[in-house]
Every structure is written in C-alpha cells, then in structure tokens.
Design a protein around this ligand. Structure first.
Ligand code: PLP
Length: 387
C-alpha cells in the first residue's frame, strides 16, 4: 500500500486553475512562441532607484547581518506610524499596533492560524484572492463565501454577511483583486459595526491601497469608529513601489490580533532581512505618482480597445486590473485556454477566483503599453465578440 505523504486537508484545496494555465503558457514559451502575458499582477516597472541605493548601503551595514527582531525593526515601525498618520489620519502605537510582514501574503496566510480553531467560521469574498480561503481551510476553518456582484459595485451586502452567522474572521480586500472595485468610509463603517455587534474580527487586505485613480483615495478601515477594537489592515510595499520580489509588507490595527499573529510568526520565521526593512523605510517618503500615471495610460488603452470590441468590463477605480466578461457561450477557462492557444495571450480566468468569477476574466496592466495593445489586438482578432 502506498503511503499518503501529505495531510488529507490538502486534498480539500481546490485545483489551482492558474497553475494549469501557467504550465500551458510555459510549454508555449519553451517552444519559442511569444506569449503576451496579461495574467500575472507583477509590476514590470523597476523599483525606484532611491530604494535600491538605500538597500546597497544597508547590505554593507553589519548590524543588518544579525536577526532583525521578530516584530520588525523599531525604526521601520515608527516610520510606518508616521506614514499612517499622514496618509490616513490614524494614530498607531509602533510597538503594539504595527507588525512587519514578509510580504502581505505571509501575514494573510498566517492569520487564520493565529485566530481560528478547527471548525470556526471564516468568511471570504467570492470572487477573491484565493489565499484567504485556502489558508483558512488548511488551518481547519469552516470557510463560507460571500458574493461580490457587479450590481453592488462588487461590495458585499451587509445583510448577506450578517446572514452567514457569527464568523471568527472576515476577510475583505479593498481596493479589490480581481474586480478593481473600491470601498468608501461608509462601507467600512458598516462592516465594522457588524463585526462589533457579532464579535467577529475583520482583516482588510489593502495591498492595493495606493493604486487608485480618478482622484479616489482609498480610506483605511482603521479610521472607522470601533475598528481598532476588532480589525487589522494589511499593507504591502509590493505594488505601491514595484517591490514584489523584495517581500515586505506590514499589518496594522488591533493589538490583540497582532499579538496573536506575532506569536504564530515567532515560531515560523524571524522577520525580514534588516537591509530590506531599511530600504522600505526609505520608500515611505517617496511619491508613487509616476507609477500611477503609467497605469493611467495603460488603462486608457485597455478601456478603448475593450469597448471597441464590445467586451463588457467593470470600470475599476483601484488596482491595476481590469475585470471583464468572457464572450457569450464560453466559460472563463474555455476562453482563457482558447486565447492562449489561438492568440498566445494569457489572461486570468475569473473562475480561478471563485464561483462568482465564472464568465469573467482578469487582465493585469503590468506590461508595457505596446504589449497591452498587442495582446488586446490579438484578442480582437479571434472575433469572439459580436457587437
Ligand atoms: N493581496 C492581494 C489581493 C494580492 O493580489 C496579492 C498579490 O498579488 C497579495 C495580497 C500579496 O502581495 P505581497 O505578498 O507581494 O505583498
């Protein structure tokens, strides 16, 4: 009899649709085919040179060659507190209300292990970043999805959240991947009100908090009354400063939640290399307007082409994604496969983000303008939309 060499729980994880498509994409690239990759949300623009220069100096600093301290360097946590006050008007205690993370994904993934016991309920958005549901499931939680629908601006209905019963943890993600939707202060105030009344904990993933357009500035959930009693917010340097490879982010908010998360982390990792933390501190005083302008130009090109094609898309006020409808008669996966095989363009199929993503696909505007144009022109060449 062959022995199972993994936990049974892993078999409950949904098949990773993106993995299959990625393998197909790699096979094409291996055969020398030029694939236009609009699937992955990984900024193509380089990290600003000021950050890279600070890193160079910091690498040579011998104090960075030792363990950096579990919560992250106090210099960085203090700088984050100042940035948070300037940006959101929220006062944070750098010692207890800020925790440095090895990228936001690390904090999101470990949070269920800090908060839920087997069988506890965790609510996650559908469509949504798969890490919320998958790591909650690995931690033994009962995962329940709440729907994000276009008619509600891809915000959950508070009554639906309420009807799912008392949850230990509710994941939110605004600005939202994959839809590009944003939330305003009123929405955050309502969800915090719900969490206070039910005793739930909220985690708002604000990895795209600084990537917003048309004059919209994303608020912090922590500015809502009562939020510091029941919520944390996760931030990242990855998207704001084109630092996905560096692996650094932070969690801010309720001290008990952060204490629990720090206890889990203390047993798993020893925080981020000190030099990366010094470089991140330097990033906090930089403007990221130039980045936003690049995305604005790309958005314009994408919107024009999708509209001309007769392809319906949700107008995104945040993130560098466009959430668009697949042609009638094709599932998300069928469309993504056909697009990859016939036009060598890769997009993320909506169903990979949950059941409500079926019939949609996601374009990432993290490629140069010429490639976005080429990808969308190749898509148009398939004549799949009738307009
Ligand atoms: N949260 C969301 C919604 C994301 O889309 C991503 C990455 O794509 C992350 C978190 C992880 O970002 P990082 O770990 O690089 O901070």
């Amino acid at each position: 009899m062959t022995q199972m060499r993994h936990a049974r729980r892993l078999d409950e994880l949904p098949p990773y649709l993106f993995d299959e498509l990625d393998k197909a994409k790699q096979r094409l690239i291996g055969r020398g085919v030029k694939v236009v990759d609009l699937a992955v949300g990984d900024p193509d623009l380089p990290t600003p040179s000021r950050i890279v220069e600070r890193m160079r100096e910091a690498v040579a600093d011998a104090s960075n060659h030792r363990y950096p301290g579990y919560k992250g360097k106090s210099s960085l946590r203090q700088a984050i507190a100042l940035w948070f006050r300037r940006r959101y008007g929220v006062e944070l205690d750098p010692d207890a209300e800020i925790l440095v993370l090895i990228g936001s994904k690390e904090g999101i993934g470990h949070l269920p292990f800090a908060l839920v016991d087997p069988g506890d309920k965790v609510l996650v958005p559908d469509p949504g970043y798969p890490v919320y549901a998958n790591t909650s499931m690995i931690a033994g939680a009962e995962v329940r999805c709440f729907g994000l629908r276009e008619e509600n601006g891809f915000l959950p209905r508070i009554e639906e959240l309420d009807s799912l019963g008392r949850a230990k943890l509710i994941f939110l993600n605004y600005p939202n991947n994959p839809t590009g939707a944003v939330a305003d202060k009123d929405f955050f105030a309502k969800v915090v009100g719900l969490a206070v009344s039910t005793g739930s904990t909220i985690c708002n993933d604000a990895a795209y908090g600084e990537i917003t357009f048309d004059g919209f500035r994303s608020p912090s959930i922590l500015a809502s009354e009562g939020a510091m009693d029941c919520a944390i917010e996760i931030h990242s340097f990855s998207k704001t400063f084109n630092m996905t490879g560096w692996r650094i982010g932070f969690a801010a908010g309720n001290r008990d939640i952060l204490k629990a998360l720090a206890r889990v982390k203390m047993n798993l990792d020893s925080s981020v290399f000190g030099a990366i933390q010094d470089a991140a501190l330097a990033a906090l005083s930089l403007s990221y307007d130039e980045n936003l302008r690049a995305y604005e130009r790309r958005r314009k090109l994408a919107f024009e082409r999708l509209s001309k094609l007769g392809c319906h898309f949700f107008y995104p006020k945040g993130t560098f994604y466009v959430w668009a409808k697949a042609p009638l008669g094709l599932t998300s996966a069928e469309f993504a496969v056909r697009l990859l095989e016939k036009a060598n363009v890769s997009v993320a199929p909506g169903s990979g983000f949950g059941n409500n993503g079926e019939g949609w696909f996601r374009i990432a505007l993290t490629r140069p303008e010429a490639e976005i144009v080429e990808g969308l022109d190749r898509m148009a060449g398939l004549n799949l939309w009738t307009n």
